[in-house]
Design a protein. Structure first.
Length: 67
């Protein structure tokens, strides 16, 4: 498990690379300013119908295929 500082650094880097600095900041603002339950969102929006194990297996397979 990654420590919180490293995790935050990696997350911000990913957001900046994918969204750019301004949109990354807007994303963080929106996330902090609204009630948001990631677990509930994941169930209905991210791979609907898949169990956590299925998502994990798919993510692991993707990582193996895309080092």
């Amino acid at each position: 498990m990654t420590n919180n500082t490293v995790l935050l650094d990696r997350g911000i880097k990913c957001l900046n690379e994918e969204l750019g600095m301004l949109d990354a900041e807007q994303f963080i603002y929106v996330l902090k300013s609204q009630p948001f339950d990631y677990t509930e969102w994941r169930k209905t929006n991210l791979c609907p119908g898949m169990t956590l194990d299925e998502i994990s297996n798919a993510a692991n397979a993707y990582c193996r295929e895309n080092p």
